[in-house]
Structures are given as C-alpha cells and as structure tokens.
Ligand binder design. Structure first.
Ligand code: KIV
Length: 253
C-alpha cells in the first residue's frame, strides 16, 4: 500500500467484540496497545500493564478478528534484556499477535535485529513514547528541536536497517513525520504526526469520544455518525483514505 501511495488505517482494540467491528469496517491493522492500561484499567500511565494483561487482550482480539493484521504491544520493561525480549515477544506471538511493537529509538535496534532474524516482525514506536513518560516529563510533542529531529531521522533509518517492518510516530511535527516517511521504505503509521505518514492510528476510545482527555490530534467520529459505532469506524477509514483526517487542526507544526 505504501508503494501504491494508498493510505491504510489502524485502530486499537482490546476485546473480541470491537475487534470484529473494526475489521468489518475495513480497518487494515488492529493494535492491541498498552494504552489499555489507561483507557480500560484507569491508570494514569501505561507503566502498570503486564505481560499477562497483554496476553489476555491479544487472545481476546484474535478470537473476534476478521482478517485485520494484529500488532501487539510489548509492555513496559518486558524488553529490557535480550532473553526477556525474545521470550516475551514469543509469548505475544503465541497469543495471536502477528507483529510486536517496541517503544524507543537507537537503543531498540539490537532487539529489533534479534527478533527480525528469528521471524518476529517489529514495529518501532518513536517520538512520544509513553512508557518513558517519567523521563520525558509529560505528553509533549517530540522532535521540535532541529537536533532532536535530525537524530530521530537517523534512528528511523537505523531501525529500518536493523530489520523493523514498520514505524509508528507519535506526536511529532508534521514536517518531520513527512521527512521520515519519505526517508524509509517501510510503512510509517502516525498519531499526532500529520497527514503525510503512510497510515494513521487512533485509540478506539478517542475515536468514540469516550476518553476522559481529548488531545489535539483526536477526532470524535461517533458525533455525526448515522449508524452508531459501525458508522463511526467506517467514517474514520473513509476520512483517512481520502486524506480528510487528520485535518490541519489535528496537526503539530
Ligand atoms: O498503546 C497504544 O494504543 C499506542 C497508540 C497510542 C499508538 O501505542
């Protein structure tokens, strides 16, 4: 799809029921994200999410899924050492993930290579990485500083060279997201990264307007739907593909 210049869509799901609705709406990729720690469990960060939580939700989504590609998040500190990374990634793949997602830049290059060599596709999550919230100090846009932007671009290339099959950019300026998407051959999924990435992802609860906080890059697709939740999901797919979402008001410059 990237080679054809066709946008694809990704949404988070955590259970069988929504996994089915999402796939039936035409969403190509379902992410079982550790955002479940915040939207389902009510924590103020993703740090408390465990491997057991991820296995439970990935296997639930797998049962409801109707053909979407499934990416599962490796939770906080589950990829701190090589042995842990391999064992935990294998556990998530056995639960039903078809790709696993790690947060980080250059420091995850080695894990990415180890996993890719062993047949586990990796999505590298860069920019705002919520598992590092205590180092970052808040949910801020990343890569506004030219030096930080340059190192993010170099890290994206390094991760592709290390075997990453996908990148996810969260909360980065639109121009940087475009530069990175053009500089790598693997697909780049964006959230709060503007309209020029190869795909978009949203947290399901944000799309439905039921999250307690509404970041700038979020749109409530349920408002205005003439067919409830299925209609909202189809509107998201249509708007991403037609490049109507994200609109300028959802982007960081
Ligand atoms: O955990 C998650 O849902 C995510 C998205 C915000 C991209 O990583």
């Amino acid at each position: 799809m990237k080679q054809r210049g066709e946008k694809f869509t990704c949404l988070t799901a955590y259970d069988a029921c929504f996994a089915q609705l999402i796939a039936e709406a035409g969403v190509e990729v379902t992410l079982i994200g550790d955002s479940l720690g915040m939207v389902l469990q009510g924590h103020d960060s993703t740090l408390p999410v465990t491997m057991d939580d991820m296995v439970y939700h990935i296997s639930s989504v797998k049962r409801g899924n109707r053909g979407a590609f499934l990416i599962g998040d490796m939770p906080f500190m589950s990829y701190a050492s090589e042995t842990q990374t391999l064992e935990n990634a294998a556990t998530l793949m056995r639960a039903g993930a078809q790709m696993i997602k790690l947060e980080g830049g250059a420091w995850i290059a080695n894990s990415t290579r180890l996993l890719a060599e062993r047949g586990i596709p990796v999505c590298a999550h860069m920019g705002l990485t919520p598992q590092s919230i205590n180092r970052i100090g808040g949910y801020h846009v990343q890569g506004r500083d030219p030096r930080q932007a340059e190192s993010m671009l170099a890290e994206a290339k390094l991760l592709e060279e290390s075997g990453a099959s996908m990148l996810l950019l969260e909360c980065v300026p639109q121009t940087l997201a475009r530069t990175i998407s053009e500089a790598v051959t693997i697909p780049v999924i964006g959230i709060g990264a503007g309209p020029d990435t190869d795909a978009q992802v949203m947290v399901l609860h944000d799309l439905l307007g039921i999250s307690p906080i509404t970041p700038k890059f979020v749109k409530n697709f349920l408002k205005g739907s003439d067919d409830g939740i299925p209609g909202a999901l189809r509107a998201y797919v249509a708007d991403v593909k037609a490049k109507r979402f994200p609109a300028p008001e959802h982007c960081f410059n």
